[in-house]
Design a protein around this ligand. Structure first.
Ligand code: UDP
Length: 456
């Protein structure tokens, strides 16, 4: 479908972290398929990564996806120069400074709104101020969000205090972060609606609850990652991979179906060496083949691994130090399970690829995503010991992961989970195809924006 108003112009403003930038690029590509022009607003260092990802997509996308940069006030916020993405923040103590720096983007963002006057702003949930900025210029602001899942929703979700992230329970130490989340919630309630990277069939109870209970407009348009069709597009998503994608696929081609475990904790989490050693041991003891993404580089040597590990694992395991072509790995038939921190993008990508999960949440809403995977959808199992290990310096012993690996890779329970997730993968694909639920929701969103622009 092409829209009746090809002049529609959307400003997309992702938070400065790969988990936010990647789905925003996908969303821009989706708009491009409808002939709708979009501009991604970001900082200079992120802009170069985004433009490479767009170059890899279809040529007709290039004409309708623009990138607009605004300077990032690193030094003003007490951050090192060039620290423009959450993954380059040198220590956790500086996370709040990073959030503070993003709040300083309000002024240049408003200047941009004045100059470009788009028909709509789709800004990240973390930019609570974007609702007021957009309304100053009479522009509707839509929030871009992960899943619908929030606690206290229908269904048999049991959350104990231990399941709830420290930033919620420990208000004293994290008041600023809690305030940020509260501001985001409040701004979301006042915004025009929410675009969600999920699909109706995955969490219909929650989608209905969200719309009916809160009375808000919401468009589930995902999984947006499914807009990437060829290998180049799937590999180049806002960061260059450390391994050549074809080399990685060739390695996987030598393995039997469902015989490889993919291990990754997303774009931000660096595990301490003691924890990495335990993970290595569980992979070795389990006897499973694996691809393991580690936030290390060649300079870090191999001291963080058990002695002789790489030699013993030759041919059995592939360690990627840096950035992996995640979607390509998940979609390969050799991959039989995904050890994940339950970041929403990773969770949804695993669903879309039909891969069962071993859940190991670390922060934020990852604990809720784990519940969806293990208790509601029953397409994964938790690493049980993770619940008790929240304190710095402690780590999850190797037997806990090994046990979970066996549950997901071998036996009847494993088979059941695999079958369930394959059905969901099919539903995900249908959702984004012509007349699927996400396809219809996306068209409805565009139509609504067209009507709004005509009435202004
Ligand atoms: N990703 C990737 N290669 C990597 C690590 C991450 O392609 O080596 C992608 C992954 O496919 C996902 C995103 O980065 O799209 C991570 O987002 P998620 O919400 O899962 O976690 P976050 O990094 O935000 O914690």
């Amino acid at each position: 479908m092409n829209t009746s108003n090809p002049n529609l112009h959307i400003l997309l403003f992702p938070f400065l972290a790969h988990g936010h930038i990647i789905p925003t690029i996908d969303m821009a590509k989706l708009f491009a398929t409808k002939g709708v022009k979009s501009t991604i607003v970001t900082t200079p260092l992120n802009a170069s990564l985004i433009s490479k990802a767009i170059e890899k997509s279809k040529p007709h996308h290039h004409n309708v996806i623009q990138i607009q940069t605004i300077e990032f006030p690193c030094e003003e916020a007490g951050l090192p120069k060039g620290c423009e993405n959450m993954d380059s923040v040198p220590s956790q103590d500086l996370f709040l400074a990073f959030f503070h720096a993003t709040s300083l983007l309000q002024k240049p963002f408003e200047e941009l709104l004045l100059e470009q006057h788009p028909h709509c702003v789709i800004a990240d949930a973390f930019y609570s101020w974007a609702t007021d900025s957009a309304s100053k210029f009479g522009i509707p602001r839509i929030v871009f969000h992960d899943s619908f899942l929030v606690p206290c929703l229908p269904g048999e979700i049991k959350m104990t205090r231990k399941d709830v992230p420290a930033f919620i329970t420990n208000k004293e130490n994290s008041t600023e972060f809690v305030k940020l989340l509260e501001d985001a919630k409040e701004a979301q309630a006042r915004s025009y609606g929410v675009v969600v990277n999920s699909f109706y069939e995955l969490e219909n109870v929650y989608a209905d609850f969200y719309k009916n209970e809160f009375g808000r407009k919401a468009w589930p348009i995902g999984p947006v990652s499914l807009c990437n069709k060829d290998t180049g597009e799937k590999a180049n998503r806002a960061k260059e991979t450390t391994i050549d994608e074809f080399e990685c696929l060739k390695w996987l081609d030598t393995k039997k179906p469902n015989s490889v475990v993919y291990v990754s904790f997303g774009s931000l989490i660096s595990m301490p060496d003691s924890q990495l050693r335990e993970i290595a041991l569980s992979l070795e003891i389990s006897g499973q083949h694996f691809i393991w993404l580690v936030k290390k580089n060649e300079k870090d040597g191999a001291e963080w691994l058990p002695k002789g590990f790489e030699k013993r694992m030759e041919g059995k395991g592939l360690i990627i130090r840096g950035w992996a072509p995640q979607i390509l790995i998940l979609e390969h038939q050799a991959v039989g399970a995904f050890v994940t921190h339950c970041g929403w993008n990773s969770t949804l990508e695993a669903v879309a690829a039909g891969v069962p999960m071993i859940t190991w949440p670390i922060v934020a809403e990852q604990f809720f995503n784990e519940k969806l995977v293990t208790e509601v959808l029953e397409i994964g199992v938790p690493v049980e010991a993770v619940k008790g290990v929240r304190l710095e310096g402690e780590c999850v012993g190797c037997d806990a992961l090994e046990k979970a690996l066996k549950r997901v890779m071998i036996g009847e329970e494993a088979e059941e989970m695999r079958n369930k997730v394959k059905v969901l993968a099919q539903l995900a694909k249908q959702a984004v195809e012509e007349n699927g639920s996400s396809y219809i929701a996306f068209n409805a969103l565009i139509q609504e924006l067209v009507s709004l622009s005509l009435s202004r």
